[in-house]
Design a protein around this ligand. Structure first.
Ligand code: NAP
Length: 330
């Protein structure tokens, strides 16, 4: 095959993955892209038939600059950085990386549950500061995780994997609110689907893991925090925009809820003036849901396999908008 098509890669790939792409395609590689306004990136975009990457908001304006584009392989499961309808309209196939990150992201979710409930970060800082002079008193006690009620807002792949950890590992009662019922996992875990408000009122841990869409944007705001128990711990592993961050900060400051464990934020990286990192009842992580060596390598590999299959006219493992290519994938 002559190398007539070009792939633009804008996230770090390992040498083996780059070699795999270069076997049949010309590759423009930006392992550490600072900005999509970089003139060299723009030039490569103008020639690209395939994109592989993450962390860049793909706008219709960027698509206008990419007249040959056939397919995009995102190194993420979430597709909120892409104008999906616009891609479909233009006949551009979008692929994502479900499954390979499910268990790792669920581990991150559960570590936020544990760290927030048992005040792990706050108390580790206390030891580091040299404040541990005597046994701690009730003012620094945490709360139990085992046996509590875990309310999952979103019960897809990752939500179910978190619930499995809670139910089977920690004897937690699982409630969920989700677009559709999940009878199989209800049976497996004894989980129960309930109304959103009931979940908010009765859960000890409220954990959001839905995709960011028009429907889920700011689905947790002042009203929802008011419905939660005063002892509730809120966990956000989905996207920052699923929550009204100002309302969450207010709920944490006024003790409407006890604590929050957060992997995602309205603005990332967190702006310097955000109060969240300084709040004792907040565990804030730098969006590390899937960030292990093994999982990030597997995600990049899935994206490489997806883009190679797509540009070769074969059905990729995980296409997101199959309708973009009509009959081409059947
Ligand atoms: P998934 O399997 O598609 O699960 C998403 C679930 O949300 C589905 O069960 C879906 O319902 C449900 N849902 C969608 N809209 C809803 C709504 N309006 N109300 C209630 N439920 C709704 O996806 P996943 O693999 O679990 O990933 C979920 C999201 O997690 C991703 O889109 C991404 O944004 C985020 N994520 C974050 C990280 C991180 O680093 N923090 C890592 C990975 C993923 P149905 O089953 O009925 O469709």
């Amino acid at each position: 095959m002559s190398k007539s098509k070009r792939i633009l890669a804008y996230r770090r790939l390992n040498d083996q993955q780059l070699d795999q792409l270069r076997e049949n395609y010309h590759v423009d590689y930006f392992g550490k892209l600072e900005s999509p306004d970089d003139p060299a990136f723009r030039e490569a975009l103008g020639e690209a038939h395939g994109l592989i990457g993450a962390g860049v908001k793909i706008t219709p304006e960027l698509l206008d600059a990419a007249p040959h584009l056939e397919a995009i392989a995102s190194i993420s499961v979430g597709v909120d950085s892409y104008p999906v309808e616009e891609l479909t309209r233009r006949g551009i196939l979008l692929c994502n990386t479900p499954d390979v990150l499910t268990e790792t992201t669920a581990d991150t979710g559960f570590s936020l549950i544990m760290a927030s409930a048992r005040r792990v970060v706050e108390l580790a800082e206390y030891v580091k500061r040299g404040d541990w002079k005597a046994s701690i008193g009730p003012d620094l006690f945490g709360s139990d995780v085992h046996g509590k009620t875990l309310g999952m807002v979103g019960f897809g792949r990752i939500g179910q994997a978190i619930a499995r950890r809670g139910a089977l590992g920690f004897g937690m009662k699982v409630l969920y609110s989700n677009a559709s019922p999940k009878p199989e996992i209800e049976r497996e875990l004894g989980a129960r689907r309930c109304e959103f408000d009931e979940l908010l009122k009765t859960s000890d841990f409220v954990c959001t893991i839905v995709p960011l869409t028009d429907e889920t944007r700011r689905m947790i705001g002042a009203r929802e925090f008011k419905l939660m128990k005063e002892s509730a711990i809120f966990i956000n592993l989905a996207r920052g925009q699923v929550v009204d961050e100002a309302a969450m900060i207010e709920a944490l400051k006024s003790a409407e809820i006890r604590a929050a464990g957060l992997d995602v934020f309205e603005q990332e990286p967190l702006p310097a003036d955000s109060p969240l990192p300084q709040m004792a009842n907040v565990v804030a992580l730098p969006h590390i849901g899937s960030a292990t060596q093994e999982t990030r390598t597997a995600m990049a590999q899935r994206a490489v396999d997806n883009i190679l299959a797509a540009l070769d006219g074969k059905r990729p493992l995980s296409p997101f908008n199959v309708e973009a290519w009509g009959d081409r994938l059947d």
